[in-house]
Ligand binder design. Structure first.
Ligand code: ZN
Ligand code: ZN
Length: 554
């Protein structure tokens, strides 16, 4: 057997398989590695105090020399958000389409990484050589312009990665999923298909963006008041639809919310938003303009606490006070986990007298991902030998694998993988080949990876039971208390109010430290204080606050 034949093609997902977010896929063959997407995930509710979750780069660090390039499918955070953390560790060329490039440049500038980054702008149809791999971008329809999938040449055949996509025959910016190109690949033979599973459980076909544009226009025609539309800042095509509807109904547009202002400015600069001169107005002109001639585009479709829509709902927005006669359109659906915050905003906006239309109940939003029938179309066009569902929770991927088998993927050739699982392919077969650590890496403020599950457990403990701080001063030679024990609490029974409990608690601590003269390590004193006070408080209150001894030696 020749050397080339003994090498295997390895497919290793480091994120996005088993959860929604932090998408990252690695392809490895002999001395070459390429990376597809480097996304982040927003923390789940139980990840207290964590700002972001990114993929685990340990394996890549160990194989740094093999890294040839990064390919980004589109500009959503779950595909590009971890790039700054990635580029702090690795230097390699990064390929993406124009809008994606614009979005990552903003990020890299914030992280002061732009100057040393090797960024390349590509167009659909471009082919990039990276080691043994050749990577071609093809256009897909999605909820952000310039989204692409990848057609990847490998020593054992062609891999198609759809990225995030849907099939829309009347998209806003004329960016269709390139079914013709996929048909060609299918005809030539496709080794492996990796396809978006986010909505694999949804039967049918995602409605066209066109329906949303028409509904927003209808709402603007039928109201005399202001129309305020909240959506994702990255959903540039939706912003265009709102602007089109505003222009159609003779309205000016005011933009609010930091990320919306930034993205609209960037999209205008790059030519992704079209409107007559003077459509977008500043605060002063907005205040002078009659309500019937105003439309407002805002962040906050997910109920984010500091977003502009939340501030309007709470009556704390600097320039906008909601009144009766206002119409609010939430052009989004609540991402799981955000429902409470979204509904709280809706309630508050209704209380202020506004009318509210929102995705899910009205036709003001369509999803950006393919439903089951669209996924079947892709399978039929590409007809892969092997299939791996990507981008989804476990149930989405299982549904997608079953769907693939129902339209022709041979039984046993659809592999349900989760982060860290390795799939090896050679000229004879594809098979599972163990796993590689691919844990969540938590970003907490400026620190990367310094938060682990123990810290999260402590935070959960603090948030449910509170904390009691015990200040103890001991003589460094005798270990005896040199003054009274002082106890403070937060998020636990108010000890200031509860003088008796506080006094008894202090006595319990003092007792634990009494006894004959001794010299003790601070660690041991702390342990004794923690045990004694923990037991005392549990006996008295049936609660277990976190006890934090602060011992000083004098
Ligand atoms: Zn996306
Ligand atoms: Zn995505």
């Amino acid at each position: 057997m020749t050397k080339a034949n003994s090498n295997k093609l390895r497919i290793i997902p480091f994120g996005g398989l088993g959860e929604i977010g932090r998408n990252m896929m690695v392809l490895e063959y002999a001395d070459d590695i390429i990376v597809i997407d480097v996304g982040l995930m927003f923390p789940k509710e139980e990840m207290l105090g964590v700002d972001l979750v990114i993929p685990d780069f340990t394996y890549l660090i160990e194989h740094k020399k093999k890294l040839r390039a990064v390919f980004l499918t589109h500009g959503h955070e779950d595909h590009v958000g971890a790039l700054p953390y990635f580029l702090k560790e690795f230097s390699c060329p990064v390929y993406s389409t124009r809008l994606t490039d614009g979005l990552i440049k903003v990020k890299l500038r914030e992280h002061k990484l732009l100057k040393n980054s090797d960024l390349h702008v590509v167009e659909p149809g471009d082919v990039i050589e990276a080691g043994v791999f050749s990577v071609e971008f093809f256009q897909v329809a999605h909820s952000i312009p310039d989204a692409c999938g990848l057609i990847i040449g490998t020593p054992f055949g062609t891999i198609v990665h759809t990225g995030d996509f849907k099939i829309d025959h009347t998209p806003v910016m004329d960016q269709h999923t390139d079914l013709a190109r996929l048909g060609q690949v299918g005809a030539e033979g496709c080794l492996l298909l990796l396809a978006d599973s986010t909505y694999a459980e949804e039967p049918g076909h995602t409605p066209s963006e066109q329906a949303v544009g028409e509904e927003i226009k209808r709402l603007m025609v039928n109201t005399e008041g202001r129309v305020i539309v909240a959506t994702f800042a990255s959903l540039i095509s939706r912003v265009q639809q709102v602007i089109d509807a505003a222009v159609f109904t003779g309205r000016k547009v005011f933009v609010t919310g930091r990320s919306m202002i930034n993205n609209v400015a960037m999209a205008r600069e790059l030519g992704y938003l079209e409107m007559p001169e003077g459509t977008i107005v500043g605060v002063d002109e907005m205040k002078r303009t009659p309500d019937a001639q105003m439309a407002i585009i805002t962040t906050g479709s997910q109920g984010e606490p500091t977003s502009a829509l939340t501030r309007m709902a709470n009556g704390t927005h600097r320039h906008l006070a909601i009144t009766e006669g206002d119409t609010i359109i939430v052009s989004a659906t609540a991402i799981p986990g955000n429902e409470t915050a979204v509904y709280r905003n809706v309630d508050n906006l209704l209380r202020l007298g506004a009318k509210v239309f929102r995705g899910g109940l009205s036709n003001v939003h369509v999803r950006g991902h393919a439903g089951a029938e669209e996924l079947k179309i892709i399978q039929s066009l590409v007809q892969p030998d092997y299939f791996v569902p990507v981008h989804g929770e476990y149930r989405h991927m299982v549904a997608h694998a079953r769907l693939a088998e129902s339209v022709g993927v041979p039984p046993g050739n659809a592999f349900i993988m989760t982060d860290g699982d390795v799939l090896e392919i050679d000229e004879f077969e594809a098979r599972r080949a163990g796993e590689i650590p691919a844990s969540f890496v938590y970003i907490d403020g400026a620190s990367i990876g310094e938060v682990d599950e123990y810290i999260l457990r402590d935070r959960a403990h603090l948030s449910t039971d509170g904390v009691v701080v015990v200040m103890v001063a001991v003589d460094r030679r005798t270990g005896r208390l040199t003054r009274d024990v002082d106890i403070l609490s937060r998020g636990f029974l108010d000890l200031e109010e509860n003088a008796k409990l506080r006094k008894d608690a202090a006595e319990a601590v003092a007792k634990a430290l009494s006894g004959k003269d001794h010299r003790a390590e601070i660690g041991e004193i702390n342990a004794r204080v923690r045990d004694a006070l923990g037991k005392f408080l549990y006996d008295e209150t049936r609660q277990r606050p976190m006890v934090m001894p602060l011992t000083i030696e004098v």
